[in-house]
Write a protein that binds this ligand. Sequence first.
Ligand code: SF4
Length: 248
Amino acid sequence: MSRVRTATTGRIHSWDLSTGVDGPGTRFVLFVSGCPLRCLYCANPDTWHMRDGREMSVDAVMAEIGKVQGFVTTAGGGVTLTGGEPLLQSAFAGEILRRCKEAGLHTALDTSGFLGARATDELLADTDLVLLDIKSFDVNTYRKVTGGELAPTLNFATRLDRLGIPMWIRYVLVPGWTDDLESVDALAGFVAGLGAVERVDVLPFHKLGAAKYEALGIPFPLHDNPVPAPDLIQKVRDRFSRHGVRAY
Ligand code: SF4
């Protein structure tokens, strides 16, 4: 079967090696430029605009991955596409995922799901794991926190589940914004109904991106927002656990 036309170049912010947060093992993490959302707590505002990224060919990206392929494979890892929002450049992302699979690498896609409709079934067939950020289960809160709509993300989660693609759900816990336990309960109930979800990561809001806002000359909206206390983090993890979902 012939494949649809693919993108051979895209715009990227950077790449890095990471262990523990971007999928299993040690991973080559590619930060793709451009994001349609504007999360209040975003730690990577320098990835928001595609125009700020540098153009790079799929071949050049694969050459970089090739330099560390032996290492990440031995370390039980693979390649993670993140951003920004990788699905903003879905053809480029799909081509990288395809080439990684051809090279025998484990692939992960870190996404808000907001542009899930742009992910073709072919792209998803080349994706071993989706790290799906569900930023709130309340429509109004989601809109306030991200500037976008919640429905596309939930639709994408349901589609991934139907396709049997493993998911790790990520939930950023922000006091005063996403710490409503009823809403967490509702999200936990939704997630518990998705058999393809392997785990939930409750990620405490942090301010490590503050310096980037300063450098960009834009205000960091949550500059004065407190970070979550350990007992709140535990409470939220417990809500997921009560629904039979493994939460960390
Ligand atoms: S989806 Fe991610 S990259 Fe985009 S604004 Fe939100 S946190 Fe930042």
